[in-house]
Design a protein around this ligand. Structure first.
Ligand code: SF4
Length: 711
């Protein structure tokens, strides 16, 4: 435990959803020494390459330090007057639903909470979505269909205690490195087997006991075949299925139609039948199995069905809610979970409530909201299309860089020019997204990691603190405070009288517990009255933490849910889902014969606004590249290290050629990180169409038809 005099501050890594604890010791001149927090239950002192290099990313180079209006430095008062006047004018002229917010899994829960409250309760627009739509919204939708709630059933300890870990569409070794090290420890200690399912043989696949290199988009066939195998070979947990689930017959009928036997699965996935049979036998014969899935499942036009086809296999075997087992969504961003909790997705209201009339009324009464919204808003892809159509007149982007990351990014660039207000809360002075585009562009300098204070929730529902250890530079301010000031300027003094991040958190906890009789999963009742001092010391903790548990001392959360077989549907039964047959949203053609996959590299994060400051991290992959199979490279006359032009129907990029058999013939891979701020013509968002999943709205980012040629 740190002493009061110790300058070291206990905080949380701002990168991936593992949510590692970090100790930061400021050096007094704007930098800090960084170490892993041995007392944090996510990482027990370990940090990956990105986390351990955090100290190298703290410089003020390229920081936005002062508000700007139309490219000219302005006072906060002038900037906020412009924002609130424009919001009021747009609402009066075009209606409140001409206003939209596009938020980020990088925001703290407190920032997210105030943005959502302002928009959905007081401005009266439902159009609040977030870059988490591009990250894990299909997992959210799959959870809701199966469990009646967006609940991650298990915890990291299950990875320590599993005998089989199946990783689907996840380069865990690079994208969730500290969890992968926990898995490797389990392998060394108890012989845990790894099965990796991915079209690319990534670092994770190379360490698998069994690697299934499936065709892009064929996951549903693989898991439908597994469901049939489990049902037909005596692995159905009849007591669990009969007492705690519904819908197996329909799901099984559909699975049989998709994948009647191993031969059909082999034909659909391109994986040898012997490997499929080996996977099915391993899964069937191992009780402690965790299926961890990530963006290869979620970033798909069929992502929700992929998630449910995995969950179906855990439900039929009753492998959920107990030690060492369960489906496990590996969240990409540091606070995608916190955003989900406050209603940062357009199809949620707040505190995991949706738009049933009684839920709308409950939130309205709790907030005292004059303009509560009554239905879902537009999800990210549709939201930016509405900007292009001129339906959205005012857009406030916070903590994200959609001009690099959103599908069809160049169309968005054009669309933003028609806005009457384009407000951007941002840390960087120059990125694709902050270049002034709207008729009225307002840049609002935000606090960065190390300067801001609040909470984040990681992939195992654990709420941790991000704490301040640096002085705010220039005029940068906390996002929750800026949003609150706008709320007050719009005439809602009492509702936005927050004086601290802790005060916001208390209200957020209060809403989660308000009229919650145990039928809602998200419950922070024990934290409703948390003091400022306790807010500082009593975290991390896993939700739910209901008040009625009456904890003495530090509140204790719950590691696992559903062990009692009670879910959050109206009849407390889980649902099997009859999924649609597999298929890709866009087929390859003569003009675009390759399938383009996109994703992360080990040492960069998102659009590199932070990791790009570290020479050490940048050295791992210095330039944007395209991975191409040796056979295809030979056929196209490409050489290692040469430059190739990658084209899709939406745009093109110039990339360094990396010849590797980690991609299959016909497959390509390019990283998602580089934007034009790095003088590169390699923005993923400019290349992909992003066909959305019909349930979750999450766009397809893993399978775009493409062409490749030497430059
Ligand atoms: Fe940070 Fe994720 Fe690495 Fe942990 S695993 S140090 S949270 S990037």
């Amino acid at each position: 435990t740190l002493s009061v005099a110790d300058p070291t501050v206990r905080t949380t890594c701002p990168y991936c959803g593992v949510g590692c604890g970090v100790l930061a010791t400021p050096d007094g001149s704007g930098g800090a020494a960084i170490a892993g927090d041995t007392e944090h239950p996510a990482n027990f002192g370990r940090l990956c390459s990105k986390g351990s290099a955090l100290g190298e990313t703290l410089s003020l180079e390229n920081r936005l330090l002062h508000p700007q209006v139309d490219g000219v430095q302005a006072s906060w008062d002038a900037a906020l007057t412009t924002v609130s006047d424009k919001l009021r004018a747009v609402a009066e002229t075009h209606g409140p639903d001409a206003i939209a917010f596009y938020l980020s899994g990088q925001l703290l829960t407190e920032d997210y909470y105030v943005a959502n409250k302002l928009a959905k309760g007081f401005i009266g627009t439902p159009h609040v979505d977030t870059n988490s739509r591009l990250c894990m919204s299909s997992a959210v939708a799959a959870h809701r269909r199966a469990f009646g709630s967006d609940t991650v059933p298990g915890c990291y300890e299950d990875l320590d205690e599993a005998d089989l870990i199946v990783m689907v569409g996840s380069n865990t070794a690079w994208c969730h490195p500290i969890l992968f090290r926990r898995m490797a420890d389990a392998k060394a200690r108890r012989g845990t087997k790894f099965v990796v399912i991915d079209p690319r043989r990534t670092q994770t696949g190379q360490e698998a006991d069994l690697f299934l290199g499936i065709r892009p988009g064929s996951d549903v066939a693989l898991f439908s075949g597994l469901l049939v195998h489990l049902a037909d070979n005596g692995f159905r947990d009849r007591a669990f299925v009969d007492s705690h689930t519904a819908g197996l017959d329909a799901a099984l009928d559909r699975a049989r139609a998709i994948a009647p036997d191993v031969a059909a699965v082999a034909a659909a996935t391109g994986v040898p039948a012997s490997d499929i049979a080996a996977f099915y036998d391993l899964f069937a014969g191992t009780r402690r199995v965790v299926t961890a899935f990530s963006q290869g499942v979620n970033q798909s036009a069929q992502g929700t069905d992929k998630g449910n086809s995995i969950i179906n296999c855990h439900l039929i075997t009753g492998r959920i809610g107990e030690t060492g087992m369960g489906p496990f969504s590996l969240t990409g961003q540091p606070n995608a979970m916190g955003g989900r909790e406050v209603g940062g997705l357009a199809n949620m209201l707040a505190a995991h409530m949706h738009f049933a009339p009684e839920e709308v009324d409950r939130v309205r009464r709790f907030w005292g909201a004059p303009r509560i919204v009554t239905g879902e808003g537009m999800k990210a892809v549709a939201l930016f299309e509405a900007v292009a159509r001129g339906k959205i007149k005012a857009l406030w982007v916070m903590g994200t860089n959609p001009l690099v990351s959103m599908p069809q990014a160049d169309r968005i660039r054009e669309a933003l020019k028609g806005l009457e207000l384009y407000a951007v809360s941002e840390v960087m002075a120059d990125s694709d997204t902050v270049r002034g585009l709207g008729k009225t562009t307002v840049l609002l300098p935000a606090l960065a990691w190390g300067e801001k204070d609040g909470t984040v929730t990681n992939s195992e529902r654990r709420i941790s603190r991000q704490r301040r250890f640096l002085t705010a530079p220039g005029e940068a301010r906390a996002d929750w405070a800026v949003l609150s000031e706008v709320g007050r300027r719009l005439g809602h003094d009492r509702a936005f009288a927050f004086s601290s991040a802790a005060a916001v958190f208390r209200e957020h906890a209060g809403l989660s517990a308000y009229e919650n009789n145990g039928t809602r999963d998200f419950d922070l009742g024990a934290l409703t009255d948390i003091s400022d001092a306790a807010y500082d010391i009593n975290l991390p903790v896993q939700w739910p933490i209901p008040k009625r548990s009456g904890p003495k001392g530090a509140p204790q959360g719950k590691a696992r849910l559903f062990g009692d077989g009670r879910f959050y549907t109206f009849d407390r039964r889980a649902r099997f889902v009859a999924v649609q047959p597999p298929g890709l949203a866009q087929a390859v053609s003569e003009d675009f014969p390759f399938v383009l996959n996109t994703g992360r590299v080990r040492d960069h994060w998102h659009t590199m606004t932070r990791t790009g400051k570290s020479q050490r991290l940048s050295a791992h992959r210095a330039v944007p590249f395209v991975e191409v199979h040796p056979d295809d490279a030979a056929g196209l006359g490409l050489t290692e290290g040469g430059i190739a032009r990658l084209r899709t129907e939406h745009g093109e990029a110039e990339l360094e050629v990396m010849i590797t058999d980690t991609v299959v013939p016909g497959g390509l891979f390019m990283p998602m990180h580089w934007g034009s701020a790095y003088a590169s013509k390699a923005r993923v968002g400019a290349l992909v169409r992003g066909v959305p999943d019909p349930v979750s709205g999450q766009p397809e980012l893993k399978a775009t038809p493409a062409a490749l040629e030497p430059v």
